[in-house]
Design a protein. Sequence first.
Lengths: 258, 264
Amino acid sequence: MRKIFTLLKVQYSNMLEYRVEIALWAISGIIPFFMLNIWTNNNLNESININNTMLSRYFLSAFFVRQFSVVWVVFSFEEDALLGKLSPYLIQPLNPFFRYFTQHIAEQITRFPFALIIAIFFFLFNPESIWFPNLIFLFLSFISTFLSFLIQFLIQSIIACLCFWTEKASSIERLFFIPTLFLSGLLAPVASFPSYVKSWIYLTPFPYLIDFPANLLSGNKTNISVGFFMQILWILMLFPLFIKIWYEGTKKYTAMGS
Amino acid sequence: MNKHKYLVVYTKFLHTSLASELEYKTNIIIDAITAMLSLVGSIFLLSIFFQNSGNIGGWEFEQALIIQGIYTVLNGITNTWFNPNLKEIVRHVREGTLDFVLLKPIDSQFFISFKKVAPSGFLEIILGVCLLFYCIKINQINISLNFLILSLITITCSICILYSLWFFISTTTIWFVKTWNATEVLRSFLYIGRFPMSSFSFYLRLFFSIIIPIAFITTIPSEVFLGLAKIWKIILEIFITWIFLITSRRFWLFALNYYSSASS
């Protein structure tokens, strides 16, 4: 535990160096606001029974959830594996994924003020959508965002471990990102999906990545117990898979350039 | 300027980068599937918008598909040419290898913009073109000489604007070194090029016409396809393209004055 705390401190000061970059990252996440603009500007939301205010809260929440569940471990891992930087990490008595994990958490802490600034701007343009979620829901959505982050971190770590076999795992990640983008609720709330998609989508992990936490935060209708159950179920399924692929992969690993 | 020399050099570029990319064959297949899924996803999103509404911003579904087609072609071009070269520029500046580029007896902007080609973007271009042909069929567009010339002009202009935007951002590497995130911002802005500009609110439209001219990149060529484009809009697009190309060139030459090689 102390190791993790130290790592976190190191990574946080590391991340503070790159404030400008992180601010730009935060700005690049504003796609949900463009989508909101299309929805409200064309009165498309009348058909899905969500009024303008609730919809703008939904998209703002989706923005927040996305900001704090972005994962890029596969890109760091691929670089480290290709350049052979992974070898010294493997010798240390600590799974290198802890290093990446703390890196992500530290980045999220650095990102928080920028996300808040963007939210303030959002409220300036849409003053009618200001709301304060009650503390219980705030807490629940915080937990579910973290669980969403864990699911994505596990999936990407599994993909990253494929580096041991294919060397370029980031293209697999890009492939996986497409369904995440379109089905997670970042661009349109899952409630608006046609029924032939809704019938199976709740069995996949995607709606629990953004739609579920965003609904919690914005106060839109959602099934809380089922949502948490599915999130935990996916984590319990993915974690053993990750452990297995990690042990198989490290056996196969031959350091680059040595 | 010796055109022949540049042509010879470019064929060499093509040869070397294709050879190095074909090292990763499975990668190309995965990228191809990604491109297809991405197109399916955006048509799915479009169908959500249209499921309860006849048109958005005055565009019907069949017409909005044209925008998707043009976006896909342009995105393929970005992934094939602009994106891989941009990554290289960042690397050149960070590692100081830009020195070697500047010393070569060839225009540095040419070298840096066209050095690499990523063949995985080709499929996206093909997909986009197929979609466009399908759109021509379902929208019953008559192919005339006039139509061909105008659409060729506007699409070429769009490619040039896009190139200038990317090159502009890559040039800022000389001061900021890491522009990787700035390109992500541009990428997310470009994303709105998938939708008709008239479906956004007035202020967003203004922003995307004046500051970042995404409005011109996909909407005007699509209007040409439908025969709706007004002649002043096309002339305006040509004018803007010209401004962008000239300023991005000037900006590059200006930035080079500030280049101080790494570790020196």
